[in-house]
Ligand binder design. Structure first.
Ligand SMILES: [Zn+2]
Length: 110
């Protein structure tokens, strides 16, 4: 079954596991503006956010990967509380802008 949803909807509330900027290694927390790198590889159903950046470091996809759909979502980090488990997790909120790189873009790394 194919489910389509706007990227903003998919990514809002998406759990963020890595809380340090991939480039400058500064720790990011609640309320900080971030750019989240989102990727889905060809043949894979799942989207993942392998790393995030602070806004100073990244605001565009500089090195597209062939065969992967990549998004760079600019938003804020926020804390979402699960009422059932009483567990707070860091999530992506207030997404303002999404940059997309389609699978056919990019180059093969040999
Ligand atoms: Zn940074």
């Amino acid at each position: 079954m194919l489910i389509t949803t706007p990227a903003e909807q998919l990514l809002t509330g998406f759990p963020i596991l890595e809380t340090r900027c991939q480039y400058c290694k500064s720790t990011l927390g609640e309320g900080d503006p971030v750019s989240a790198y989102v990727v889905r590889y060809a043949g894979d159903d799942e989207w993942t956010i392998p790393h995030i950046y602070c806004r100073d470091c990244q605001s565009t996809i500089t090195d597209p990967t062939l065969g992967a759909t990549e998004l760079l979502a600019e938003g804020h980090l926020g804390v979402t509380m699960d009422a059932t488990t009483q567990r707070a997790s860091l999530t992506l909120l207030e997404i303002e802008r999404i940059t997309k790189s389609a699978p056919e873009e990019g180059h093969v790394t040999l």
